[in-house]
Design a protein around this ligand. Structure first.
Ligand code: SRM
Ligand code: SF4
Length: 590
């Protein structure tokens, strides 16, 4: 395993005529720096590293090199930050634990798969909970190193993988989770699975390390990773699919967003968006969130070929020297959208058609009862902060388990961290409700719209990058705003509140109406504007506001909105129309 310095000068050949994508011949050789992670990837032998040996070395944690390789396998090494200070005082090492993130395309699980996760969490995780993520997957926190192999093995036994959960590759592809018998829903799913098959990592390392598989011999000239090569992508790469009109997945926040255009209920083609991403670094003003830009309209049957071409452009031209600027958004902003289009066209060997105009009417949370097909319904259940856990008051984990065991629904995870239970016979609706109530679980209409639409990232105690609380303070944040919205007649506006424990933006804060982004423990930057349908970025309103004062800080803007809005005007549109300057001058009321 590598022991190279963090930054090293290297001759790197980029963009060899690459595998599988026609028409590229942009071979060039240049001298440039390469980040440490690039070296680790190359020397990992297609993500093997020394993980096999490390799993039996008796140590509680992995080496720095293996930590990087592990991410590609869906595993993050963390420590319980609640225990850090006490352990330090006692002169002890941190309490090392792993977070395991599955890859669940479009968030769809069979009943048995869901039950397997529930069971694994109960037996193998120190927290015992399931965390539904903003990208429709499940994370298990608190897996000690000795239990990691067993955990991944059991997830694999349920026919789910963790390969591609994290790392510099195409991550879990997300898609509107609503079930239904309209043909376009089946077609979106087919296209999603075709993309997963094409863009997923192919290395045999996963089977060798976690499942004790034998190495597979490659034919002469055959590559273990025909698409990615041995250094994979410069950075994470996210893809999302939305049906025209309903932006429940925040399609503009992805490296590639695909918007399905329908005719007579069937998909005729996609508008392709490129270069979205939320992440920014507080200390670096050259980093920024960016909404994806429309690139082209493509007929449906070209979707895999076109997305593959875009991925290869980023593979070949993304920044491999500085990971801070390695996302597709920076490649596009450095070189221009026209350049991006021509590069994709060169790889396809044909011109792309201009994008279509997109109209968004909704960002549906899909909660509550909905008719799904003749005789069948689905129930969208609100999961506070995405955490499926039993508390004294509400036994959500046990209640969900009971319903899934008895009624065998397909479980669909939503990008707003909730679950949809699909395929329930209409006549069983009341029984399902009664069963959930037995465990103290409230149905969606018993929550305020503000609460339903609010999201928070994980942050403390597990996230190593958190500088402030997020998941654990979301209820208190919403509780500040709820009475204010009520008093101002704004409770039914669907104003979105999102909180993150640092500027990385895991709960997609920068297109929320009201966002709290952690600056330091207990203090947040407050962003306002955004859009209820995820089509606009918000703007920083106030900096380093103590948690207890955030709602009061926003009050003048909400009051002005209630008094001065134009008929039908949404909060985000109002903020963009009137601007925030006049409110900034006002002192914060304590
Ligand atoms: Fe995220 C890093 C959690 C969605 C942008 N994210 C992390 C890590 C792994 C921290 C780390 O690197 O050590 C967090 C683990 C916390 C924990 O203890 O579980 C973490 N991100 C999450 C999840 C679980 C938040 C949640 O509450 O649901 C989401 C898991 C998604 C999944 O299933 O794959 C999650 N992360 C996102 C999103 C939202 C999205 O993709 O729709 C974003 C913004 C979009 C984007 O990619 O820009 C996001 N996460 C980041 C970034 C900033 C990336 C950037 O390019 O700037 C980081 C930091 C990094 O990669 O260096 C990060
Ligand atoms: Fe951690 Fe920051 Fe992501 Fe929250 S936004 S999970 S604090 S990396």
């Amino acid at each position: 395993m590598c022991s190279s310095p963090g930054w090293r000068k290297a001759w790197v050949r980029v963009a060899e005529p690459h595998n599988g994508v026609s028409g590229v011949s942009t071979e060039r050789t240049e001298e440039r720096h390469e980040s440490k992670v690039e070296v680790i990837k190359r020397e990992s032998r297609y993500l093997r590293g020394t993980l096999k040996e490390a799993l039996v070395d008796g140590q509680p944690k992995f080496s720095e090199e293996n930590v990087q390789v592990l991410k590609f396998h869906g595993v993050y090494q963390q420590d319980d930050r609640d225990l850090r200070a006490q352990l330090k005082k006692e002169g002890k090492d941190r309490h090392w634990i792993m977070m395991v993130r599955a890859r669940i395309p479009g968030g769809v699980l069979t009943a048995d798969q869901y039950l397997a996760f529930d069971d694994i969490a109960s037996r193998l995780s120190e927290y015992g909970s399931l965390r539904i993520t903003t990208r429709q997957t499940i994370q298990l926190h608190g897996i000690v190193k000795d239990r990691l192999k067993e955990t991944i093995r059991e997830i694999n036994d349920a026919l789910v993988t963790t390969l591609g959960g994290c790392g510099d590759q195409v991550r879990n592809i997300i898609c509107c989770p609503a079930p239904g018998d309209e043909p376009f829903r089946r077609e979106m799913r087919e296209d999603l699975l075709a993309l997963v098959a094409r863009l997923g990592a192919k290395t045999g390392a996963y089977h060798e390390i976690w499942l004790d598989g034998e190495p597979v011999e490659l034919a002469p000239g055959e590559s273990e990773e025909p698409l990615y090569g041995d250094v994979y992508l410069p950075r994470k790469f996210k893809v999302a699919i939305a049906p025209e009109g309903d932006n429940c997945i925040d399609v503009y926040d992805n490296d590639v967003g695909l918007v399905a255009h329908l005719e007579e209920g069937r998909i005729v083609g996609y508008t392709v968006l490129v270069g979205g991403s939320m992440g920014r670094t507080a200390s670096d003003p050259n980093t920024y969130p960016r909404l994806a830009s429309p690139l082209a309209y493509i007929p449906r049957h070209e979707v895999v070929e076109v997305v593959t071409a875009i991925v290869t452009v980023q593979r070949d031209f993304g920044d491999r020297a500085n990971r801070r600027f390695a996302r597709l958004k920076y490649t596009i902003d450095r070189r221009g959208l026209d350049w991006m289009r021509s590069e994709v066209e060169a790889r396809l060997g044909r011109p792309l058609a201009p994008p279509r105009t997109l109209v968004w009417t909704n960002a549906d949370d899909h909660l509550g009862w909905h008719r799904e097909a003749v005789g069948r319904s689905y129930l969208g259940l609100f999961v506070p902060q995405g955490r499926v856990v039993d508390t004294e008051a509400v036994r959500l984990k046990s209640g969900l388990r009971q319903v899934v065991e008895r009624f065998r629904p397909t479980v669909r995870l939503t990008p707003q961290q909730n679950v949809l239970l699909s395929g329930i016979p209409d006549e069983a609706r009341q029984e399902v409700e009664a069963c959930l109530r037995e465990f103290g679980v409230r149905l969606a209409d018993e929550w305020s719209l503000t609460r339903r639409r609010a999201m928070a990232c994980v942050a403390l105690p597990t996230c190593g990058l958190a500088v402030a609380e997020s998941e654990r303070v979301l209820p208190a944040v919403v509780a500040q705003f709820e009475p204010m919205f009520e008093a101002l007649g704004l409770a039914d506006e669907g104003i979105t509140i999102r909180v993150t424990g640092c500027p990385n933006g895991c709960a997609r804060p920068y297109n929320a109406n009201i966002a709290l982004v952690g600056r330091t423990m207990g203090k947040y930057d407050v962003f306002l504007g955004g859009s209820e349908v995820g089509t606009a970025l918000n703007e920083r309103f106030r900096e380093v506001v103590p948690l207890a004062e955030v709602a009061e800080a926003v009050r003048p803007v909400l009051e002005a909105f209630a008094a001065e809005r134009e008929p039908g005007e949404a909060f985000g549109d109002f903020v963009r129309r009137v601007g925030l300057e006049r409110f900034r001058a006002e002192p914060v009321r304590a």
